[in-house]
Design a protein around this ligand. Structure first.
Ligand code: ADP
Ligand code: ASP
Ligand code: MG
Length: 421
């Protein structure tokens, strides 16, 4: 069971969480619980690091930001004890949860499960702070924002759990963010592949890595709400959204429990920025000159457009980078101005990426054209496009984000009051 930040925000909420956990344990289950820091706490800690040292050392950043989860795991263990349950907390370094790669964006490599399994066998509830692990150098590491989801899936995989229930502040995965579109519809099930794509293009309900890990390790995930009363449908009866394999989805469709849509969901992401280099030489190798320094600096380029060459053998190249890397990208490009040979760098951070996702696209043509027409009808200009087998993304003006998501939600027949629903 994993509980997110809003679910853990304060002792009153933690008591509600403890009751949900106790119920699951009373049903004869061995339970491990992964918790997030209280809502807003990680942001507060990140700000402290920035104030202390703008160029902070990621290893010390991890020491600071991991503390939010230490507090909530101890508080949940205390609350469970006060209600008469056996419970104890296990810090990332105590289990341990081994991680590799850089601080602040570490990946789980292995989890030693001996301690955990023997504690759980005695009926003790294990409470584990999400987001944190221990590096090869024996230092505290954290797994990137939203990383508690990944901790939960990794723990579930390590103990061979029947299910990984991700409790949050919405009651499942919706066709789009229900806080933006009131007519968003809750999905009974989503395939791993679609959830992975949705998460990677901005649906923050699950961290992208948690879905990738679950897919690889075969962990069954359910997304459900912790904001429920005592009469709510029990988690074992799947009141939330199940993340399933393609085969399971086909069975659900055959049984008439799910309807196959061409588009399953729509996501938006305001965390990208657009960069345009004007008058780049239209010669072999010039694009490589642009992207090599960015790649070497670990900056991910997402959308790319290169215009048709003009008379003078020059062209414009436009691409997007994460907003957080924009300043660094600009410095790198300025440094390489002579090698690349462009005229000007123009940047725009007021952009949003809107994506439509669905496995139905594999076998159905026309999904992209529906998107372009629907946006054109409302005068929304498309600045860049990318596609994958199950996704189409467009870049638009940030101010038009909510409007675009709503228009597309209607255009693909996803609105809750539609016949198709
Ligand atoms: P937690 O703190 O529990 O990890 P998050 O804030 O990380 O919660 O994720 C839950 C939020 O994800 C919801 O409040 C919702 O606004 C947002 N969200 C974005 N896209 C979707 C979607 N397609 N379905 C459900 N929620 C979504
Ligand atoms: N507390 C961390 C964050 O806010 C991890 C998490 O909640 O998943 O990013
Ligand atoms: Mg989250």
């Amino acid at each position: 069971m994993k509980f997110g930040g809003t679910s853990m925000a304060g002792t009153e909420r933690i008591r509600r969480v403890a009751n949900i956990v106790r119920k699951q344990a009373a049903g004869g289950n061995e339970v491990a619980v992964v918790v997030s820091a209280m809502a807003g706490e990680t942001d507060r800690l990140v700000n402290f690091c920035r104030e202390a040292n703008a160029l902070y050392d990621p290893a010390e950043y991890d020491v600071v930001v991991s503390s939010g989860e230490q507090v909530t795991s101890g508080l949940l263990a205390l609350t469970l004890q006060s209600l008469g349950n056996k419970a104890r907390s296990w810090m990332g370094w105590q289990l341990p949860i081994h991680t590799i790669e850089a601080h602040a964006k570490a990946r789980v490599s292995t989890i030693e499960n001996d301690n955990l399994v023997s504690a759980m066998e005695t009926g003790e509830i294990a409470v584990i702070p999400g987001f944190q692990g221990v590096s090869n150098e024996n230092r505290i590491s954290t797994m990137g924002r939203g990383g508690s989801d990944t901790s939960a899936v990794a723990v579930a995989a390590a103990v061979g759990a029947d299910r990984c229930d991700i409790y949050t502040d919405v009651d499942g995965v919706y066709t789009t963010d229900p806080r933006i579109v009131a007519k968003a519809r809750k999905l009974k099930a989503v395939t791993y592949e679609e959830m992975l794509e949705l998460a990677s293009v901005g649906a923050k309900v699950l961290q992208t890595r948690s879905v990738g890990l679950a897919m690889k390790a075969g962990v069954r995930i359910q997304v459900l709400s912790s904001f429920v009363d005592d009469n709510a449908t029990p988690a074992d009866d799947h009141p939330g959204t199940m993340i399933v394999s393609e085969e399971e989805m086909n069975e659900l469709v055959e049984r008439g429990e799910m309807e196959r849509q061409h588009v399953t969901g729509i996501a938006h992401d305001k965390n990208e920025a657009k960069v345009t280099l004007t008058r780049v030489p239209d010669t072999p190798g010039s694009v490589a000159h642009i992207f090599e320094p960015l790649a070497a600096a670990g900056i991910n380029v997402d959308m790319i457009i290169q215009n048709v060459g003009r008379d003078k053998g020059e062209t414009d190249v436009t691409f997007t980078v994460p907003l957080a890397d924009l300043a660094r990208a600009q410095v790198l490009l300025d440094d390489k101005a002579e090698d690349i040979g462009f005229n000007r760098v123009i940047t725009d951070s007021k952009v949003a990426k809107i994506s439509v996702v669905g496995v139905g696209m594999k076998s159905h043509a026309g999904v992209a054209s529906t998107m372009f027409s629907a946006l054109a009808d409302r005068g929304i200009n498309i600045q860049a496009i990318t596609t994958s087998e199950i996704k189409v993304s467009v870049l638009i003006d940030e101010d038009e984000t909510e409007l675009a998501v709503r228009i597309l939600h209607t255009a693909y027949g996803l609105d809750a009051d539609d016949e198709a629903a």
